[in-house]
Design a protein. Structure first.
Length: 89
C-alpha cells in the first residue's frame, strides 16, 4: 500500500493523517486523506481542485507531474510527501 505523509506545517491548521492507501493514482490517494479530515482539502487544493501554489507533492522522490490533474500513478510501496512551502525572511 502507498503511504501519504503531510508536513507538520499543515498540522498547525488541521489534523494531518499519515495514511496507507490502495489507491492507484495520486488524486484518489488524496481523497482517502480528505475522507479522514475534510478540512485538509482546503489547505492542499484550491477551489478548482488543483494543487495550491504553495503546496508541492513528491512521489518516491519525484515531484508531482501535473498539479491540476494529479493523475500520477502510485505503486503499492510508494511514499507520497505533501509539503507546504514556507515564506518569510
Amino acid at each position: 500500500m502507498a503511504r501519504l505523509f503531510f508536513t507538520q506545517q499543515l498540522a498547525r491548521f488541521t489534523s494531518v493523517p499519515q495514511i496507507e492507501t490502495s489507491a492507484g493514482a495520486l488524486r484518489a490517494a488524496l481523497e482517502d486523506a480528505f475522507a479522514i479530515n475534510p478540512l485538509l482539502r482546503g489547505y492542499v487544493l484550491d477551489d478548482q481542485g488543483r494543487l495550491r501554489a504553495n503546496v508541492t507533492i513528491f512521489i518516491d522522490g519525484r515531484r508531482c507531474h501535473d498539479p491540476a490533474r494529479l493523475d500520477d500513478p502510485l505503486q503499492p510501496g510508494s511514499q507520497v510527501y505533501v509539503l507546504q512551502a514556507l515564506s518569510g525572511g
